[in-house]
Design a binder for this molecule. Structure first.
Ligand SMILES: [Zn+2]
Length: 331
C-alpha cells in the first residue's frame, strides 16, 4: 500500500550496521561493537534508558556527511516500504550540542539527502525540528528560530519531544509565538504521562497534531474532546509496548481509540530501536488489532490529510491509495 508516515525520528531510524560503522569511523564509544550486542542494549527498561541510548547513538554522528548518509538511508528504507511522504523529527539541537555540527551545515546536508530522495526514489520528507523537554526557554526559542529560518527549505513544523515529566507548559511562550507567526507545531504527549500532558499541548494553539496521545483513554472528557476536534493522533503501537506504556500489543488501545471515532494514524517512531518497521506496524493493525481493509485505508488517508504535503502531492498520493485498494479488494 502506498503510505504516509507522520511520526518517525531520523536518528532513531539508523540501522545498527550504520550505527557501528559511524561509531568506528568517528571513535564514538558504544557498549557493544556487534549488531546483536546493540540489539540487546536496545531492550529498553524504561523511557530514560531509551533517551540514554538515543543520545549515545546521536553522538556517533560527527559530520555533515554523516547527517546526509543517515537521511539518505532513512529515505531509501521508507521508499522500500512504499512510504511516499514522511514527516520525521530531527533533533538538530542534540547534534549541535554533542557533535558540534553547525545548524546551517546540518540543514544543507539534510537538503542534499531530500533532493536525492525526490530525484532518485520518488519520495519526500518534511522535517520537524524538536524542542527537547528539559531545554531552557532560551534554547527552545533558538530551535524555533531554526524552524522559521528553514521553513522554506524542508522544515514543516516545530516539535516537542523528550521526557514528558520534565514539563510542557514552560514552553507555552514559544508555541504562542509560533501561532502568532503562522508556524505550526506537533507535540509528543500522553505517552509516558497521562491525559494532563495532552490537555497541556492542546492548550497550544499552534499544535495541530499529537505524537502518541494514547493515554487519552484514561480520561472520558478528553476522548470526547478529541473525537470532536479530530486532532490527528500519531499512534506508534510497538514503541509504546517497548517503552512499557502497555504490557503487550493485545493491551494497546488503538482499537478502542478508533472505535471512539478519534483521528488515528499509524507510525513506527524509532523502528530499528524497537525491532519494528512501518510495514510491521501495519501488519499488527491487520493481525493483532483486526482492522478491515477499509479501516486500514481510512487510517492511511487520515495520515495523508494530516500531513504538511502540498495539496497536489496529497491528491497524487490519495489517487495511488485508491488505485491500490481497488486492486486489493479484487484479489
Ligand atoms: Zn517519537
Amino acid at each position: 500500500m502506498p503510505k504516509v508516515e507522520l511520526h518517525v525520528h531520523i536518528e532513531g531510524s539508523i540501522q545498527p550496521s550504520t550505527v557501528l560503522k559511524l561509531a568506528q569511523k568517528n571513535g564514538a564509544e558504544l557498549p557493544s561493537d556487534t549488531e546483536a550486542g546493540l540489539r540487546d542494549w536496545y531492550a529498553f527498561k524504561d523511557f530514560p534508558h531509551f533517551v540514554e541510548v538515543y543520545v549515545a547513538v546521536s553522538k556517533c554522528i560527527q559530520s555533515p556527511e554523516d547527517v546526509e548518509l543517515i537521511v539518505r538511508e532513512f529515505l531509501e528504507n521508507q521508499a522500500s516500504q512504499n512510504v511516499l511522504h514522511s514527516e520525521a523529527t530531527y533533533t538538530a539541537s542534540t547534534l549541535e550540542k554533542h557533535c558540534g555540527i553547525p545548524i546551517d551545515e546540518q540543514m544543507d546536508a539534510v537538503q542534499r539527502a531530500m533532493a536525492y530522495g525526490e530525484r532518485e526514489l520518488g519520495v519526500n520528507l518534511g522535517l520537524i525540528l524538536d524542542i527537547v523537554r528539559g531545554d531552557s526557554l532560551d534554547r527552545a526559542f533558538e530551535v524555533y528560530g531554526w524552524v522559521k529560518d528553514y521553513s522554506r527549505k524542508g522544515v514543516v513544523a516545530l516539535g516537542l519531544a523528550g521526557i514528558e515529566r520534565l514539563g510542557t507548559l514552560q514552553y507555552k511562550p514559544v508555541f504562542e509565538t509560533a501561532y502568532r507567526e503562522g508556524v505550526t507545531a506537533v507535540c509528543h504527549a500522553g505517552e509516558t504521562q497521562g491525559p494532563e500532558t495532552i490537555w497541556d499541548v492542546l492548550s497550544f494553539e499552534s499544535c495541530v497534531r499529537i505524537g502518541h496521545g494514547v493515554r487519552c483513554t484514561e480520561d472520558p472528557a478528553l476522548m470526547a474532546h478529541l473525537a470532536k476536534s479530530q486532532t490527528p493522533l500519531e499512534v506508534c503501537p510497538t514503541s509504546n509496548v517497548c517503552i512499557g506504556v502497555f504490557p503487550s500489543h493485545e493491551a494497546h488501545p488503538i482499537r478502542q481509540m478508533w472505535d471512539a471515532g478519534l483521528n488515528v494514524t499509524v507510525n513506527s517512531d524509532d523502528p530499528p530501536m524497537f525491532g519494528t518497521s512501518i510495514n510491521e506496524e501495519w501488519g499488527h493493525c491487520v493481525d493483532t488489532f483486526e482492522f478491515s481493509l477499509e479501516e486500514i485505508k481510512a487510517m492511511n488517508v487520515n495520515a495523508v490529510k494530516a500531513s504538511f504535503a502540498s495539496d497536489e502531492r496529497k491528491r497524487d498520493i490519495l489517487d495511488r491509495i485508491d488505485r491500490h485498494t481497488d486492486l486489493a479488494s479484487k484479489v
